[in-house]
Write a protein that binds this ligand. Structure first.
Ligand code: FAD
Length: 592
């Protein structure tokens, strides 16, 4: 058993009251799905997570994955937990029934993923990569590849990986050199990939690699990259894992955190070529891989939330136990009573609730887009998901650095020593702003592809929707101050949008210089919007005498704290953005 407890009350309030799950399921025609079923799933996932997966978190940190002549050996205990995960059908939860999935909406899957990630980030990564591989195959794979590989990937009996990075090609994937040469009905791949998460292990019968490589006649740059499926074991006539393919893990990285997640150097084709099959069209691999990356980016955003939540829960508990003050009567009191410790705890509480709101609302939007029948509305919903993705990934993971650092700060010196376990969350969180596109890449994606490319139209719709919430808050006597603060922040967002649209074209450094602050600003404002929506709902339920009074009142106060103490950071972003790029780019190399 672990000390982690999934914040079900907050999650169910969000899903049922703020997102309106039941009405939505009904309108999407999902007759068998409702909040009762969702609640039962979350209860069972919490039980499985806390009893089976969470206890392996510390052992995984202390005894990370290793590699020997038989390949990667995962942390003891992981294989058994993974087996139970597969047998209980957890991997199949969100996938279509035609491939053996259970067809649950994405938002429920996201809530369940939060549980796995909070319990054990390293363990959860294996399924995360598998899910990305499934998404890419479902959208771009041939019928033959789908029927051969999807059912086993969906069940989790086989796991998936994502092989993009090479030593000279990280953020700049255009530089990849792994080669794929046609050879009858398949291709032979040669090359080396680095940093491949769960690139090898013994928990699943087969590991299915999705690999970016170049065909012999491919044009240079990102337009000459194709996507291939390369199984660890080639399938025999019956479709079962048979002969070993020419792909091997040659070493695993020693790293700051997520020690139990093997980060592998993979070599393809040391003995003549790894057999691979083309996924999608030649030279269009990067686009297909983006399907996988977008899914994974939302999941990595969720990781930021999950690790922050775990850190918050542990810090809260410690703050109530650690006696470090003496009253005039000589009795001692816990650090929980100090305003500055409350500042840290309230920051962690309000920001994690804002993160959860944003991540779940974004997942619900994916569901809405999938089930939308009307093409124009579906396109708008997809554009909103695209806008959310870099904010979910970038803002949440950046904030998770601060949240897990605050967790250590609450512990004082005991936070800095490893035995309390709080430092692991800080170390584990550190990767989240790096993989699946660094924060810089998320900022660039947001400004370039999601904002400038449509001249701010998609963001304009989002700001208008948030303004609707601000107006509603302003109309409520109890919440008017929250409405005023959100309106002011939205005015700043509009100022910044206009400024960027006007200046980005005249100076090519402007967008790059502004990008991360722009992403963070939209994150802070989105957080206030989410908590504002929650406060409106909490106010309505309290007025009607419904729901858990203590919980709902805490929601109102948490939204107020965020509005007063966190949202003002959006203004700092505005100032930095509109200051432009001049001082950032002015020094020459020698002046540094
Ligand atoms: C633990 C771990 C697991 C990983 N798992 C996988 C995996 O499963 N599969 C896989 O393929 N890869 C994986 N990666 C690789 C990861 O995605 C890359 O490390 C990441 O994309 C950054 O690439 P890079 O390390 O080469 O950094 P670089 O690209 O060299 O970036 C260095 C710095 O420059 C900045 N920068 C670079 N280009 C730009 C730009 N255009 N605009 C603004 N700033 C820029 C970056 O933001 C960063 O701050 C993993 C990495 C790690 C450490």
């Amino acid at each position: 058993m672990s000390d982690y407890s999934y914040p079900r009350k907050d999650a169910e309030f969000l899903i049922n009251e703020v997102i309106g799950f039941d009405e939505w399921c009904e309108s999407a025609g999902l007759e068998e799905v409702n909040s009762e079923l969702a609640s039962a799933i979350l209860e069972e996932a919490s039980r499985f997570g806390t009893e089976v997966i969470a206890p392996l978190n510390v052992v995984g940190d202390q005894q990370g994955a290793t590699v020997d002549e038989n390949g990667v050996q995962e942390t003891p205990g992981f294989a058994d937990a993974y087996q139970q995960y597969v047998e209980n059908g957890w991997g199949a939860l969100g996938f279509p029934e035609e491939y053996g999935g259970q067809g649950m909406p994405k938002v429920i899957n996201t809530a369940v993923d939060e549980i796995w990630q909070s319990c054990n980030l390293s363990f959860s990564l294996c399924a995360l990569l598998t899910h990305g591989a499934i998404e890419a195959l479902m959208l771009h794979g041939s019928d033959e590849l789908k029927s051969a590989y999807l059912p086993k990937l969906v069940s989790g009996e086989w796991s998936g990986t994502m092989n993009l990075t090479e030593s000279q090609a990280g953020s700049d994937l255009a530089a990849i050199t792994t080669r794929a040469v046609p050879n009858g009905d398949h291709y032979l791949l040669t090359g080396q990939k680095i940093y491949i998460t769960w690139g090898d292990h013994q928990m699943a019968e087969n590991v299915i690699h999705l690999v970016l490589a170049r065909l012999p006649d491919a044009p240079a740059g990102s337009r000459g990259i194709s996507l291939f499926l390369v199984p660890k074991f080639l399938l025999d006539e019956q479709g079962n894992p048979g002969k070993r393919n020419d792909v091997h893990c040659v070493s695993v990285e020693h790293k700051l955190g997520i020690h139990a997640s093997p980060t592998c150097v993979m070599v393809f084709g040391d003995n003549g070529g790894a057999v691979g099959y083309l996924v999608g069209e030649p030279n269009r691999g990067l686009m297909a891989m983006f399907t996988m990356m977008n899914d994974a980016r939302q999941s990595v955003g969720l990781q930021g939330l999950s690790v922050s939540t775990r850190s918050y829960q542990q810090a809260l508990q410690y703050s109530k136990e650690r006696l470090q003050g003496t009253r005039s009567d000589g009795s001692r009191f816990p650090i929980f009573e100090y305003p500055d410790v409350r500042r840290m705890l309230m920051t962690m509480k309000s920001v994690t609730e804002a993160m959860r709101g944003l991540a779940y609302i974004s997942s619900a939007e994916i569901d809405l887009a999938r089930h939308e029948q009307e093409p124009a509305t579906q396109a708008q919903r997809n554009a909103r998901v695209d806008l959310y993705t870099p904010i979910v990934k970038g803002w949440i993971t950046e904030m998770s650095q601060e949240m897990t650092s605050l967790g250590i700060q609450v512990y004082g010196g005991m936070g800095y020593v490893e035995e309390t376990g709080i430092a692991q969350f800080y170390r584990d969180a550190r990767i989240t702003t790096i993989y699946e596109g660094t924060t810089g890449i998320q900022g660039q994606d947001l400004v370039g592809r999601k904002f400038l490319s449509n001249k701010g139209e998609v963001l304009g719709h989002y700001l208008a929707e948030m303004q609707g919430t601000a107006d509603e808050l302003s109309g409520s006597e109890q919440l008017a101050e929250l409405g005023a603060a959100l309106s002011k922040a939205l005015d700043s967002c509009r100022t910044v949008s206009e400024w960027l649209l006007a200046h980005a074209a005249e100076d090519r450094n402007v967008a790059g210089a502004a990008s991360v602050n722009f992403m963070m600003m939209l994150g802070f404002v989105s957080g206030a919007w989410v908590l504002g929506r929650s406060a409106l709902k909490a106010g309505q339920l309290l007025a009607a005498g419904q729901g858990d009074r203590e919980f709902l009142q805490a929601k109102l106060i948490t939204a107020r704290f965020y509005s007063e103490h966190v949202l003002p950071r959006a203004e700092a972003c505005r100032s930095a953005i509109t200051a432009g790029s001049a001082s950032m780019m002015a020094l020459n190399e020698e002046q540094f």
